[in-house]
Design a protein around this ligand. Structure first.
Ligand code: ZN
Length: 285
């Protein structure tokens, strides 16, 4: 149930042309990789403001089910929208409860850790790293990144459909009725939890129904986040795209981005990112 929204095919195509060169094998591939890394390290050593765009491939290396196109939960294609929420809030919450519980057992991988270490190190040098992520699992925060823009929201936030309040919740389960629910196997029956036993707003006696604070298919991205993304991409002098960042509604931002240094490495990011973002010999500390 990949949460997808209005895809900008134009910009996706541009990225593919620029970033996804045909993979070659053997020594040729290694030579090209080495030269790409050397070129990246040279640009990286001089960059003052680095933007790192991350997507589902990064999560997959932590063993997170990504529910990309064609993915299923139970017997349904894993794609949520607001009409499904109004028709069957119990099923939607079972799915998100499952995803939250899975994430509580996952850890950031070497790529998440390399990005966080790089942010802290460059910050001490008066430089800046910003993570712009499509992922909703908070693994960047688990790795101790602090400057993170979650453009699709978070599994661990809720928004109230009555008062609009956004709240953080890492409770397990998020409400008592979801205890032991959400199993992903195709033959599992719906729990059919009544609405007043599903998560409800605790803001000032509101008690309105809550939904996961994530962007679903057909919804637009949060305009404040988009503005901040545009600002970051406008300021950056180096942009690194990390696996499967298929952006969406970011055509303006990425058009700006395409005019700066933009890199993509092949292979598992847990292998490619640590040496790419490690301390450069020109760094003072
Ligand atoms: Zn409320």
């Amino acid at each position: 149930m990949v949460v997808r929204q209005c895809t900008s095919r134009g910009i996706t195509s541009q990225l593919c042309v620029r970033l996804k060169e045909p993979r070659t094998q053997g020594r040729q591939d290694m030579a090209r990789h080495s030269s790409e890394l050397a070129e990246f390290r040279d640009v990286f050593s001089k960059a003052k403001h680095v933007a790192i765009l991350t997507g589902s491939g990064l999560s997959a290396e932590s063993g997170v089910p990504t529910f990309r196109e064609g993915g299923f939960w139970r017997k349904w294609q894993a794609q949520v929208n607001t009409s499904l929420l109004s028709q069957n809030p119990s099923r939607v919450w079972e799915f998100y409860h499952y995803r939250r519980e899975v994430m509580l057992r996952k850890s950031p991988n070497l790529a998440h850790l390399a990005i966080a270490e790089c942010e802290a190190r460059l910050q001490r040098q008066g430089r800046r790293v910003t993570v712009i992520t499509q992922n909703i699992n908070e693994l960047h925060y688990c790795a101790r990144s602090t400057n993170v823009l979650e453009i699709h929201g978070s599994l661990f936030k809720t928004s109230c459909m009555s008062c609009g309040n956004v709240a953080v919740s890492h409770k397990s389960p998020i409400c008592a009725a979801l205890e032991g629910k959400g199993a992903p196997e195709p033959n599992t029956s719906d729990a059919q939890i009544t609405p007043h036993h599903l998560p409800m707003c605790e803001q000032g006696g509101c008690s309105g129904p809550l939904r996961p604070d994530v962007v679903w298919f057909g919804e637009t991205l949060d305009s404040d986040i988009l503005t901040r993304v545009e600002e970051e991409l406008d300021r950056c002098d180096l942009c690194l795209v990390v696996k499967e960042f298929v952006s969406v509604c970011l055509s303006v931002c990425l058009s700006v981005c395409l005019s700066v240094c933009l890199f993509h490495f092949h292979g598992p990011c847990g292998t490619t990112l640590p040496p790419a973002l490690a301390r450069h010999e020109t760094e003072a500390n």
